[in-house]
Design a protein around this ligand. Structure first.
Ligand SMILES: [Zn+2]
Length: 167
């Protein structure tokens, strides 16, 4: 440290001030980042709640809402859409991904899934593969119940060996 100070020819008081400024700056940036993350998560949750209210689930009565933050910073929503021919129904995640593609985004930064009832739900196997198609290693899956986000998992944790073109 002494060596470094001598090298850049700086007084003790200046050095302290400089270190202090760097520390404050780092803390400030970290706090700002955390605040942004929290407000993005809040927005995702509200969008998923809004989508969940629009779900078409007359057969299961299990409404699901999903919301995506694309890499562009834009947001997209989806809800489950059931069908009298049960397998024809689609998941909320699929709807949100369609909206994202239609909106011009190609990468999911975060996707939040909100189910009905007391238990957390996770994306089904098919939806994990759908999410993987538009993910990178940092893509997050946020699992929420009516009280808010309860779990944050990476797609790589939920689907470590998903189908992909290996080169
Ligand atoms: Zn699904």
């Amino acid at each position: 440290m002494h060596h470094l100070r001598r090298l850049i020819n700086i007084k003790d008081s200046e050095f302290m001030l400089l270190s202090y400024n760097i520390l404050i700056n780092k803390t400030f940036k970290k706090n700002m980042q955390e605040m942004n993350e929290r407000s993005t998560e809040k927005k995702l949750f509200e969008l998923a709640q809004d989508a969940q209210k629009k779900a078409y689930a007359p057969y299961s009565l299990f409404a699901v809402g999903a919301a995506i933050e694309g890499i562009s910073g834009n947001f997209y929503q989806g809800c489950n859409v059931e069908n009298v021919s049960y397998p024809v129904g689609t998941c909320a995640e699929a709807g949100a991904i369609s909206a994202m593609i239609n909106g011009g985004d190609r990468k999911i930064k975060r996707i939040l899934i909100l189910g009905s009832g007391k238990n957390l739900i996770t994306p089904c196997g098919a939806c994990l593969q759908r999410i993987k198609e538009f993910s990178d290693d940092s893509t997050l899956i946020l699992l929420a119940d009516e009280n808010g986000i309860q779990k944050r998992l990476k797609i790589t944790e939920m689907l470590p060996y998903g189908f992909a073109n290996l080169e």
